[in-house]
Design a protein around this ligand. Sequence first.
Ligand SMILES: [Zn+2]
Length: 387
Amino acid sequence: MKKILFFIIFFSINPLCAENNNLKKECITDVVKIDFNFSGTGNVSCKIINSRYIKIIIKPELDDSINPSPWFSFRKSKHSESIKVELDYMDYSHRYYPKVSTDKILWKSIDKSSISLSKKDKVIVIDFPPSVRQEYIASQELVTEIWYYDWYDKLEGSGKVKAEVIGFSVLRKPIIMFSVEGDTKNPYILIIGRQHPPEVTGVFAIKSFINELISSNELSENFLSQYNVIFIPLMNPDGVENGYWRYNENKKDLNRDWGKFSQPETIAVNQQLNKFVTNRRLILFIDFHSTYKNIFYISDTFNSSIKKEFLKYWLDDSSADLLNLGYDYLIINSKAIKNGVAKNYIHNKFKVPSVTYEVSDTENRDKIKKSSSILAKKMMENLLKLD
Ligand SMILES: [Zn+2]
């Protein structure tokens, strides 16, 4: 991790990064200060209506209506009087229920009685009672680069994974790939995440999924003796740090770039994919995302190198446990059309079962962790059954 930390330190003083993350507007009245000078804030600005009423304007990084994800976050100072903060989504509508945190680690939803929605969900107003502490308010938990590095340190501490910088984002942030590799003749599973910045429920799922795969128990150890796992948890570090709704720094949707490979983030992964063309055998691909519901978009295989309709068997075998947990989901057989989506590209290129693992924006966080841990166990069990 020392090498990776070096990159962070070096590139955090890179003027490109500084220009992008700083100099956001702030609003200071004699009652409260509101600012956006931290990671993951999004394209937001503020306006003072009066000393106890601040309006926050929320805009996408590029006007585009694909899956609009109006992302916001702001920090407010302590205040001895109650204040109101208005969130104005402009041409878009409210999507994420505001959450509050004092440390950016523990988050809780803002009390319903403090929130009023108006103008066809285009504006919400939050009432804040006096507060003795500074607080962060955000659309979803702020899962930024620093969160990943905390997890990466634990991964490396496990002694099972190897981290490698495989390329750099537009803003020169490292794209980090992890591998858990035994015999390179063993089949490989490829897992990626966070192509789309706001999709943090998918992040909670991928973390729990990976942690289950590398945990110290008989199932994982048996599994890792027969399979190799490669994972890239953070595909779009620039979008995440800047709080974008969809894109990377070049305003391109990474999950429409597979096949084209026009962006540094996808190019970096494609260079790794080339190894599967020659001397490594890929058998399964999983890409973690978030949307309005829990959905598995699957492109299964009928003459797979592992098993006919592996995804169907795996998900069927998990269904009782998921149902028991109260994790509702849909399985959608999705044609692997050539539209630049990672799942489709990999399915077509390598003829392997591929899945886009979508987690609901609003799913209970504990259930997300438990469900993905169930799915990881069932994946391992089902892959081991094939031998
Ligand atoms: Zn997505």
